[in-house]
Write a protein that binds this ligand. Structure first.
Ligand SMILES: O=C(Nc1ccc2c(c1)CCNCC2)c1ccc(-c2cn[nH]c2)cc1OCc1ccccc1
Length: 343
């Protein structure tokens, strides 16, 4: 029996299991060349059964999403029995646990988290991707409690995601939009905005706007769309929640409009990555290329051309991404001094 990790040997050191999703196991690992921590999502093809297309869908989608608040995919491996997806390390765990530990977030903290989620979703919508399963369990946090959106297994990609109508009813009931649970044809971006409203409500209150153990009653509550506004909610937060939790999708705001809502703009609008992240993606970072080329012993231009074939089964691409993240985190000076010692 081939050791299931032999394909990773020499590239990654595998550590303990940190989480088990539905049909995935997530292990802590180290990217050997840079020493950076990563998380490796391991899926057993046989156990996946007819969920295999969802995983392929997630991999294809993550290939063209590059955003600081979307969990970055670095590399994928496939053996005859397993699929390995090397992901960004999110040691803050699930947003769900973060809220539960605090009962509910303050308005300042809730706004910071919500703006990061909304900027990631706005970026996806601009790229023609609707997530369709937005909920605290699908939002992880990194070591600085910054948001990392995960699980694009249910997402729908299409060039005109703002217009095309989707049928498949999916996602978690408590976060599902009225039009979605009515089984009507719906617009994915509008359903995502409803889920964002349920998410913000959960962040600020610590409980759900529509909840019931009985699914039928829960659906009724969502369609009526009436929810409690606890006394601790500010006028601004009540207003932005109303903009998202409109039962008629025609009256619901878009994510772009959300980011410009006064409530979102309040306080010090910290540097939100509103610029289109892909510009930075297309312009290859020369510091990283020079450092890598020197260490690997190839000419920068050759390395650039190898990286430009952005197919994720290349170790160099993972190395490039991780060094780029390190530079973004540590700043240029520190980065320039760090050599990668390849013996
Ligand atoms: O790096 C990830 N998780 C992760 C890493 C370290 C630690 C924790 C969590 C919290 C538990 N205490 C130890 C610290 C990590 C990265 C990506 C993905 C991922 C990306 N698409 N799909 C899954 C999943 C991840 O995890 C799942 C998880 C594990 C334990 C709890 C909460 C969440």
């Amino acid at each position: 029996k081939e050791n299931e990790f032999s394909v990773l040997e020499g590239f990654y050191l595998i550590h303990e299991t940190i989480g088990r999703g539905g049909f995935a196991k997530v292990k802590k690992a180290t990217h050997i060349l840079t020493g950076e921590r990563v998380a490796i999502k391991i899926l057993d093809k046989a156990a996946l059964g007819d969920d295999l297309p969802r995983v392929k869908q997630e991999i294809e989608t993550l290939k063209f999403l590059n955003h600081p608040h979307i969990c970055q995919m670095y590399q994928t491996f496939e053996t005859e029995r397993k699929i390995f997806i090397v992901m960004e390390y999110c040691q803050g765990g699930e947003l769900f646990d973060y809220i539960v530990q605090r009962d509910r977030l303050t308005e300042v903290e809730g706004r910071r988290i919500f703006r990061q989620i909304a900027s990631a979703v706005a970026y996806c919508h601009k790229k023609g991707v609707v997530h369709r399963d937005l909920k605290p369990e699908n939002i992880l946090l990194d070591s600085e409690n910054n948001v990392k959106l995960i699980d694009f297994g249910l997402c729908a990609n299409s060039t005109n995601c703002h217009k095309v109508e989707l049928e498949t009813c999916c996602g978690s009931p408590a976060y599902a939009a009225p039009e979605l649970i009515k089984g009507e044809r719906y617009i994915g971006t509008q359903a995502d905005v409803w889920s964002l409203g349920v998410l913000l409500y959960a962040l600020l209150n610590g409980f759900l706007p529509f909840d019931d153990a009985n699914l039928g009653i829960l659906y009724k509550k969502i369609q009526i769309g009436k929810y409690e506004e606890p006394r601790w909610l500010s006028e601004g937060s009540k207003n932005i929640l109303r903009c998202m939790l409109q039962i008629d999708p025609k009256y619901r705001v878009s994510v772009e409009q959300l980011l410009n809502h006064t409530w979102c703009q309040e306080g010090n609008p910290d540097t939100l990555p509103l610029i289109d992240m892909d510009d930075s993606m297309n312009v290859v970072d020369n510091d990283v290329i020079r450092l890598m080329a020197a260490n690997i012993g190839v000419l920068p231009d050759l390395l650039k051309s190898r990286l430009s074939l952005v197919n994720y089964d290349k170790y160099e691409l993972a190395t490039y991404f991780l060094l780029l993240r390190r530079k973004q985190k540590t700043g240029v000076q520190l980065f320039r001094r760090c050599g990668i010692n390849i013996d």
